[in-house]
Design a protein around this ligand. Structure first.
Ligand SMILES: CC(C)(COP(=O)(O)OP(=O)(O)OC[C@H]1O[C@@H](n2cnc3c(N)ncnc32)[C@H](O)[C@@H]1OP(=O)(O)O)[C@@H](O)C(=O)NCCC(=O)NCCS
Length: 207
């Protein structure tokens, strides 16, 4: 599985297609200043996509991108539309190569310009790549219950809800982290962190 990550970091972009048409691409999101500016903006605009809330700066985003670039178990793709405009980013992490377990992380639509359904193609394509090229047998993801869009897109791809944990936003310094609550009284600000799992991709619904 790690070999597939290495190759994807070195190889040609993964094409996003609909029928015979190329509608966009996925390329490794390199730690450049331009990408750090984008990543910082997208993170600050999409706090609910992350398990911790912190105000990102281009510097912190650059360090975050370097982590993806340097660590062999993960990749962050820059999502581009058919005109090579950046429209978001999308990450994948190998959790357990022996078990064939991978996770989708940091899936963010950064621009409203890509048409509705575009990120469905991104989720489908990356999940298919994990199954076919990275040897994944199970792909997992999680999303807050207050943030239903990713869950809806993933359900269209064949992800099923397999669990949910009560979580609470716990502040520590500049960072607030959604933390599992194992006991205690539930607060109206608490959320459910929904866990999703895909073992079989559904066929594309748009071709
Ligand atoms: C998660 C995220 C990337 C998904 O992007 P998206 O824009 O919702 O997804 P799509 O581009 O597939 O568009 C989905 C919409 O297009 C519609 N659509 C139109 N044609 C479609 C087609 N052919 N196929 C699929 N959907 C289609 C869907 O009905 C859907 O509308 P709905 O949300 O009202 O149900 C985006 O919501 C996001 O960035 N959220 C904030 C960050 C986040 O929460 N990330 C996930 C962390 S777990």
């Amino acid at each position: 599985m790690l070999n597939a990550i290495r190759q994807a970091k070195a190889d040609q972009p993964i094409l996003l297609t609909r029928g015979d048409a190329v509608i966009g691409s996925l390329t490794p999101m390199l730690p450049t200043e331009r990408n750090a500016q984008l990543a910082a903006r997208w993170r600050n605009e999409n706090r609910e996509a992350y398990s911790s809330w912190v105000t990102a700066t281009p510097e912190s985003a650059l360090a975050w991108l370097r982590g993806f670039h340097e660590r062999e178990d993960r990749i962050l793709f820059l999502v581009q539309d058919e005109y090579a405009n950046p429209v978001g980013h999308f990450g994948a992490v190998i959790l357990d190569a022996d078990e064939g377990l991978a996770e989708i992380v940091s899936a963010v639509r950064g621009s409203p310009d890509a048409p509705p359904g575009f990120f469905y193609v991104v989720y489908h394509t990356v999940t298919q790549w994990l199954f076919r090229h990275a040897g994944a047998r199970t792909v997992v993801a999680c999303a807050l219950d207050s943030n239903p869009k990713p869950t809806r897109v993933m359900a269209r791809c064949g992800y099923r809800v397999v669990g949910a944990d009560h979580v609470r936003l716990v502040q520590s310094g500049d960072t607030a982290t959604w933390t599992k609550i194992s006991n205690g009284r539930l607060d109206h600000k608490d959320r459910l962190m929904i866990q999703l799992e895909c073992t079989q991709l559904l066929p594309r619904n748009d071709e």
